[in-house]
Design a protein around this ligand. Structure first.
Ligand code: NAP
Length: 291
């Protein structure tokens, strides 16, 4: 059994990005991420602090927009429009969850697909569905990077994704499908769950249920990826009963130190990609204009 070290791999990714950012700065481009947080959700505050720390380390500029809990949809869309227009902003991230009176889908839809570094805009979701280049949701992208780095073969494997959320479960399933896995997606209405998970070569668990996946649900030698972050009084635990499942898994991710750091590293990667793409566009425009 091997424990997949997300912390170490994320540090490697960030190091490589730091030199890419320096190269961009040398030609006058500083990648810049705008983060919008509405309200005072405690977990979100921790997440955005970690994102700002990562930006600082890599050399990405970071602007935070902290909006009142009673911000209206019109005010939120107006801010997104302004950020879409600003040429010095390359990525826009809207931290979820948002207060219930706001329509998060409408807000994600408003973010320019070119600045949608979270990959939640329907254009980027559609591109993922069509296996075209776009921005991929950061958690699934980070998990794919783990597979690549640990030489875990996906092609032809039975992959089971527990959870069908728009931010993790669905894009994860598409990423695996695009890499030729045979994918089963499970959710709260799934019947005979154990039969399905027992047959899986790869299991990705994204439920938000502490230690849900137990040893008796896992086939010997399976690859187990734990996306869950559950804050208990005793500390943070994942959706996998790590101590017992690790006895039969071939690879397993810990919580913390597994998927979480990779999610942030992939966000950074997407911001750098957005900045590069924006510079390509302006160079093309420049060439056309100067002809
Ligand atoms: P979510 O939107 O709440 O979705 C949970 C999914 O689990 C739903 O699809 C739900 O099914 C399914 N589910 C619930 N109970 C189930 C059961 N008994 N059997 C099978 N499926 C069941 O959650 P999310 O946003 O995807 O997040 C999942 C977890 O990952 C959370 O702990 C979250 O904090 C964590 N997370 C971590 C990262 C990271 O970077 N590590 C990033 C994002 C999220 P229905 O659709 O039928 O309701």
């Amino acid at each position: 059994m091997e424990i997949i070290d997300g912390k170490l791999l994320a540090a490697k990714v960030r190091k490589a990005l730091k030199s890419e950012v320096q190269e961009l700065k040398d030609i006058g481009i500083t990648p810049n991420l705008a983060v919008i947080l509405v309200g005072e959700d405690k977990a979100s505050q921790i997440y955005i602090k970690n994102k700002s720390k990562a930006c600082l380390e890599i050399g990405i500029d970071y602007e935070e927009f902290l909006l009142d809990v009673d911000t209206t949809m019109e005010q939120l869309l107006e801010l997104i429009d302004k950020l879409n227009e600003r040429e010095d902003i390359h990525g826009i991230l809207l931290q979820s969850p948002m207060p219930k009176h706001l329509n998060i889908d409408k807000a994600f839809e408003r973010i320019s697909p070119k600045k949608d570094v979270d990959g939640f805009n329907p254009v980027n979701v559609g591109k993922l569905c069509l296996n075209q280049d776009g921005f991929v949701s950061c958690t699934p992208a980070g998990i794919m990077k783990m597979f690549e780095n640990y030489n875990i073969n996906i092609e032809g494997k039975n992959a089971v994704v527990l959870g069908r959320s728009n931010i993790v479960g669905k894009p994860m399933s598409l990423c695996l499908l695009n890499r030729d896995a045979t994918v089963t997606i499970c959710h709260s209405k799934t019947q005979n769950l154990v039969e399905i998970t027992k047959n899986a070569d790869i299991i990705v668990v994204a439920l938000g249920k502490p230690r849900f996946l137990t040893k008796d649900m896992v086939k010997e030698g399976a690859v187990v990826i734990d996306v869950g972050i559950n804050r208990l009084e005793t500390g943070i635990v994942g959706d996998v009963d790590f101590e017992n499942v690790k006895e039969i898994a071939s690879y397993i991710t810990p919580v913390p130190g597994g998927v979480g750091p990779m999610t942030i590293a992939m966000l950074m990667q997407n911001v750098v990609k957005a900045a590069k793409k924006a510079s390509e566009i302006s160079e093309t425009n420049f060439t056309i204009l100067s002809k």
